[in-house]
Ligand binder design. Sequence first.
Ligand SMILES: [Mg+2]
Length: 381
Amino acid sequence: MKITSVETFLVPPRWLFCRIGTDEGLVGWGEPIVEGRAATVRAAVGELSELLVGTDPLRIEDHWQVLTKGAFYRGGPILSSAVAGIDQALWDIAGKARDAPVHELLGGPVRERARVYSWVGGDEPAEIEDAVRAQVEAGFTAVKMNGCGRLPTLASPAEVDAVVRRVAAAREVLGPHRDLAVDFHGRVSLANARRILPLLEPLAPMFVEEPLLPDEQHLLPQVLSASTVPIATGERLYSRWDFRPVFEHGIAVAQPDLSHAGGISEVRRIGAMAEVHGVALAPHCPLGPIALAASLQIAFSTPNFLIQEQSLGIHYNTGNELLDYLVDPSIFEFVDGQVRRPRRPGLGIEVDEEAVRRADERGHAWRSPVWRHDDGSFAEW
Ligand SMILES: [Mg+2]
């Protein structure tokens, strides 16, 4: 079998899909995307496709090595995400070629159902209570919320209190038998994190995510020593090498993104490395259906998997939803906050190619918002 084509599609609301065609008619789909940089990743996939067309798609590991390291310069979000989407598509082809779901090729299933969580929005405690209640009524047993909006380097007592009250509002609705994850989104300085985390301890978050920016990992020990709250990070780390220091610092939860961290091949390895350090795997995925399908293949083949993020109804999905580009969306049917093991070959989804080609004609120009503090200076989003 030989690869004959590598195409990309700019798909609303903010995604990029990749389709790898072969001379035997098998097709693989991937989602190479950095949110807000879709066109840049598209260019990277285009360049990398020179190394793919005419070659055997089943030599996945060799492709991963060459795509990742073959240009001398390596790593970072753009290249690692381009490789990630290609890698997903190659695994999709490999599964279809062997008439098996990808997780069967990764050693077989280690569970029959995988737990997922939903996002809740809202700024005021009353809004948060309503949003959490809706997810509980939909059957979810875990939700994630942002801990705060903009925060100055040293937050005021009122700003600190607002974070605690929002988290307390969510916990009140969830009760003690459901889980609450809190995303700090790299918005919280070291000093703020050290002050806020102990105050969240009585509210027992499942984890607090990205208390620091990815380039501040050397400060993690100071965050970790401030409280017993489990710390999660990893959506902006792109390889085993990026994860090594945070594992050694003692995070509790690793959150590689299947569309950023080198795809199924590399997240599989990051998961194994996490296991060595007693760390659970909770792949990041506020993205589209192919990234989620790839995430689930990892969920069903990874013993230290904890929970899967998914973007159904997420605030980013304006105009288009997770299920819009699938022929049969039942793979993402969540029952009691869990998803069943997918049984179809490859990634387990059938992409509605006509809908994807139509969507690409519209395209999108989604960008991350640029936030500013009251004095006009840049603020982390
Ligand atoms: Mg996050």
